[in-house]
Each structure stands twice: as structure tokens, then as C-alpha cells.
Design a protein around this ligand. Structure first.
Ligand code: PLP
Length: 365
């Protein structure tokens, strides 16, 4: 079986975890502080705040910005549910704007018509590892005095016009879930250049404590452990190599898929470094699920990211939060992610292409 994702854990991560386990500091301690410092340095922001997951990072980022009931946040419906769920946690309402059908990222040309007097922020997602169109989004945010939260959960090391994803808005969030470009097992990180936002996030992360046993605001326990940070520190050093392998694998796949009928390879925008968290092909004419089944039979792992727009999830329908995003709904029926991770070897890549060629002959024509 060629898996769709595979965390690459070496002896180094294992040794560092063992050191932490023997140190006595196994909750949040010096390793978390070191990981925050190194991650901020890598992204090019002043501050980084480690959290227990990407979801808790988003939740804290939104709370730090002061989001609350009756506020609205503009976001994409074509993402993992955590993106919009984090808006719900604060009591605010996600307002869904359609995507660009080429990049699958938030379409900046559709944002302005969704702005109301309740709109407080825009949350673009750098989907599959490709940065959203941040210049246009930043211009709109400036014009209407809105905050920007980047959901960079899938974009560690991605670049938009010489700047790293995670340094392109007011505050950004990463996930270190095992399928991501780097992992800490579970874990997340907030990055920002705003000291107030970073301080608030730190206080909220630990029960609103401004001093030991002085609880000033309602906070949470969203801390990362030193065990997770020890893994993260090693993974961060390996991240550029991981991303280079993803990009190389993607290049190989695209070169061959360009010659296969019925399958469209991913589009890469100008002036971005796409780090291929996912390599997602487009299969039109209702044949996506057939291709998925074919690849499963050939023992090639696939994923549908995502089979439903968020507003079509039962939760959102029950809440009466609607959306009308034609491109996103179309994409949900056409996208298929195939393996691109750095654990693939040349034989795996050849096998994937051979299977796609066969499928094209047999079922896509
Ligand atoms: C776009 C996006 N946002 C948020 C998250 C949430 O991250 P986590 O699973 O670490 O909570 C994920 C990952 O799963 C994601 O892909």
C-alpha cells in the first residue's frame, strides 16, 4: 500500500523525546520555549506561541483579536472544519466566500460583497500548501479596517512573494498533526509580530493566569508539552528537506499527469512557493469517485480534501449558517489528493503514474 501520508520520525526525534522524558520536565517547559523561538525565527515573525493543536491555535488567535458574539469573520468553506469551527467557538459567525477554482483558495474578488458592519476579520487558508492571494486580501482588510488571521495549518515553509506563510497577516496558525509537512504528534503554533496578541494568547493558553494563581480572564489549558516540542525542534530542522522532496515529487507527478487524459494537475500561482501538503488533482465529469476506487484497488492511498463544503455539514445546517459558493461545491465533487509525501520512492511514483494512465484508458475516457 502506498499511503496518502506518512510522518517521518528518525532516531533523532526518538532520542530527543527520551531526553525530555528523563529530564523530569514533561509538560510545558524549556523545550516549548526553544521551539517557539526557533519557529518564530524560521517564519520571520517576532513571536510564536505553541499550543496543543492547530485548532486551539486558531481558537486562541481569534480570542486574542477580541472576536465575540455578533461579530462576523469571512472565510472559505473549502477547508477542514476546524477553520470555521474556531470562529464558532468565540461566538462569532463564519461568513463563507467562494474560492478561486484554480488555486482552491479564497477568491479575493468575492470578499467585498460579503462585508457588513459586523465583519471584523478575514481568515484565508493556504490550502494544500499554496499561499492565498494575500496582497489583494491585505488591501481589502486595510480598506475596511479588518484583521487577518492566516490559517497556515497546511503551509509550513510556503512562500508568498519572498515572505513566509505565517507572516502575511495580523496573526497566523499552524498545525503539527502527523499528516502535516512537519509534526509534533498533536500540536499547533501561533505566529505574529504583535506583542499584545502574543501576550494575550499566552495568557489564554494557561487559564488566563497573569501570575501564578491569579486568573484575570477566562482561559484554557491549550499548552503544548515539552515531549511534543522536542519532536518539533528536530522536525523543524528537517522541514526544508521534507518540502524539497514534496516539491520534487509534485514536479514528477505533474510532468506525467500533463500527458494523461481526464486528469488536471494542481495549478501553481506565480510568485509563490507551494509546499504540497497535498497534491490534489481534478477529475471532472463525475468520474472522481471511480478513479478513487480504482486507485484503492491498486493499493494507492487517496484522500478527498474536502468532500463537502463546510456550510453543507450537518452542524452548520443545524445552526442555520448558510453559504452559496458554486466553485467550492464543484471542487468538492472533483478533487482527489494522491500521495506526494517525502516517504515516497521512485518506484512508488512510477506506480502511481502507471495506475493513473491505466485508469485514464479504462474509466476516464
Ligand atoms: C486548514 C486546517 N485548519 C486547521 C486544522 C486544525 O489543526 P489540528 O488538527 O492540529 O487541530 C487543520 C488540520 O487538521 C487544517 O488542515
Amino acid at each position: 500500500m502506498i499511503s496518502i501520508a506518512q510522518p517521518l520520525i528518525s532516531d533523532q526525534e526518538i532520542e530527543e523525546v527520551v531526553k525530555v522524558l528523563k529530564s523530569g520536565f514533561i509538560a510545558q517547559g524549556p523545550k516549548v520555549a526553544e521551539f517557539e523561538e526557533k519557529f518564530a525565527e524560521y517564519i520571520g515573525t517576532e513571536y510564536a506561541v505553541a499550543t496543543s493543536s492547530g485548532t486551539t491555535a486558531l481558537h486562541l488567535a481569534l480570542l486574542s483579536l477580541g472576536l465575540k458574539k455578533h461579530d462576523e469573520v469571512i472565510t472559505t468553506p473549502f477547508s477542514f472544519a476546524a477553520t470555521a469551527n474556531s470562529i464558532l467557538y468565540t461566538g462569532a459567525k463564519p461568513v463563507f466566500v467562494d474560492i478561486n477554482p484554480q488555486t482552491y483558495n479564497l477568491d479575493p474578488y468575492k470578499i467585498e460583497e460579503a462585508i457588513t458592519e459586523k465583519t471584523k476579520a478575514i481568515m484565508p487558508v493556504h490550502l494544500y500548501g499554496q499561499p492565498a492571494e494575500m496582497d489583494s486580501i491585505n488591501q481589502i482588510a486595510e480598506k475596511y479596517d479588518l484583521k487577518i488571521i492566516e490559517d497556515a495549518a497546511q503551509a509550513h515553509g510556503a512562500i508568498y512573494k519572498d515572505r513566509m506563510a505565517g507572516s502575511l497577516g495580523d496573526i497566523a496558525c499552524f498545525s503539527f498533526y502527523p499528516t502535516k509537512n512537519m509534526t509534533t504528534s498533536e500540536g499547533g503554533m501561533i505566529t505574529t509580530n504583535n506583542s499584545k496578541l502574543a501576550d494575550t494568547a499566552r495568557i489564554l493558553r494557561a487559564h488566563g493566569e497573569t501570575e501564578r494563581y491569579t486568573h484575570t480572564i477566562l482561559g484554557y489549558n491549550f499548552r503544548m508539552t515539552d515531549i511534543a516540542a522536542a519532536i518539533g525542534l528536530v522536525q523543524l530542522k528537517r522541514l526544508n528537506n521534507f518540502n524539497n522532496s514534496r516539491i520534487k515529487n509534485a514536479k514528477y507527478l505533474t510532468t506525467h499527469i500533463n500527458e494523461i487524459c481526464g486528469i488536471t494537475p494542481p495549478f501553481v500561482a506565480d510568485q509563490v512557493k507551494h509546499v504540497f501538503h497535498q497534491y490534489t488533482i481534478k477529475v471532472e465529469n463525475g468520474k472522481r469517485d471511480k478513479l478513487k476506487d480504482y486507485l484503492t484497488e491498486r493499493e494507492i492511498g487517496t484522500g478527498i480534501h474536502y468532500p463537502k463544503t463546510i456550510y453543507n455539514q450537518i452542524l452548520y445546517q443545524n445552526l442555520g449558517i448558510k453559504g452559496n459558493c458554486i466553485q467550492a461545491d464543484k471542487a468538492a465533487n472533483e478533487v482527489l489528493s494522491i500521495p506526494v509525501h517525502p516517504g515516497l520512492n521512485t518506484d512508488d511514483l512510477k506506480e502511481i503514474i502507471a495506475a493513473l494512465k491505466e485508469a485514464s484508458e479504462k474509466i476516464l475516457k
